[in-house]
Design a protein around this ligand. Sequence first.
Ligand code: GLY
Length: 559
Amino acid sequence: MRAAILSFMPRLLAPVIILLLSIPAHAAHPPAAAIASAHPLATDAGMEILNAGGNAFDAAVAVTGALAVVAPMSCGLGGGGFWLLHRAKDNFETMIDGRETAPQAARNNMYLDEQGNVVPNLSLDGPLSAAIPGTPAALVHLAKKYGRLPLARSLAPAIRLAHDGFATDEFYRRVAEFRLTALANAPGLLEQGKPPQPGFVLRQPDLAAVLISLAKQGTAGFYHGEVASKLVDGVRHAGGIWTLNDLANYKIIERTPLRGEYHGTRITSAPPPSSGGVALMSMLNILSGYPLTTLDASTQTHLLIEAMRRAYRDRAEYLGDPGFVSVPVKQLLHPFYAAGLRASIRLDRATPSSALPTEIPVQQGPDTTHFSILDRDGNRVAATVTVNYAFGSAFIPPGTGVLLNDEMDDFSAKPGAPNAYGLVGAEANAIAPGKRPLSSMTPTFLENQRGVAILGTPGGSRIISMVLLATLEFARGGNAANMVALPRLHHQFVPDQVFYEADALNPGQRAMLEKRGHRLEQTADRFGDMQAIVWERDTGVNAASDPRGRGAARVQNPP
Ligand code: GLY
């Protein structure tokens, strides 16, 4: 199958041609700093650190730390993430890959029963679902290599929030209700065994102690010594497979971001082991061959859906941890490849996903969180962090307060199982010791003549299509508020359905799409929690937190 797809491409394929634009660098400093995050207390924590003389990278430590305390359903010290950085003084850009890794005892059949069937919930609940966390190591690295302030100063707001407590809200109650059975293993996140009533002050003294240990000792304070022993003892006692060596050997990786271009907008985004950047740029490459804005709305939507279908197919087929599998990024992002995919799109008819080679399910997690930061020097951070499913594995090793992720579920639990899940495609993302599971997280920077945007969102597999829609909105002149509020629709190859928010398609557009053969399904809820900042050359800085969420965006003008 792989050979079949690669044969789509002409032989002369050379390294990808990246169309570098003559976008003027932002020479001047932005007139204001801004932070947009999914929780007001996390935005406040970042602002506190900027006001204390920290830069965007210190603020990113503070926001990540605070979110770890106040948004345990989305992220935490027991999880991982990607921090995309832009350093203004030399325009250096990098992505800190703090993705979790499979423990050494992990095996590719570990979630299958004797008949080879996936055991429900084994990769979702409890310590066997947890990969080795990357967030603590990423915070230490971020502070040490890029920050101005000591780690302990940037983590101070998080330590305070964990120690003194914070008032839980209706969102917290709802998500805790949803995961109540699994959360029996994390009673410290509940109110006497029940979802906390809004206003309940949740204190997490054990988590405060681990944050202090990390702040004082750096990685040794989490990956070695007393904290590491408690984590491993707790995991193993409850049936997990972590060892002290797994923790001691965890390493973040700095990766060169992916770059691409769409009609004058330069895109900088997450490379593998995220599928986000590749799929985003692949969709934009396909769409760049159409005069999109001159087409009627339903044809535009049809083309968006067909671009999503093809990029998500490739995501499922080719992408995985580049440390373990060879990911054909250059080929997938080559303009000739996009032209080949475009040639398979009909304007008048949907392509059934079954007509494209292979059929592999794409996983989707409903949680994760994103934040965006711009400081007065022009440094930027776009960070998407996660524990995967709501409240991750819902397991806290006793005495640590650290809620563990269930990122193992982002692997393909059943690789190479042709009957149920398609053939070789799942191999790229099969479980292996030390491997990073494929992610959809898509922290992104956009730049054009108008200015710069910093964006991202949670939403599992829908992350990438949401960032695509926001990118197109920025390219046609939208500000941060427009980008986050945009009605959303999504197609991910399998299932062969278009999921849309109520206001994304009017009756006429729905009729036109159904006539082409698209199967439409309106989602019960709106989806996504995008956090965006736009620095416009002429009008200054604007920021917005998704109206679907409970976050806060603040723009801070100089006194
Ligand atoms: N766990 C969600 C993601 O990494 O895509």
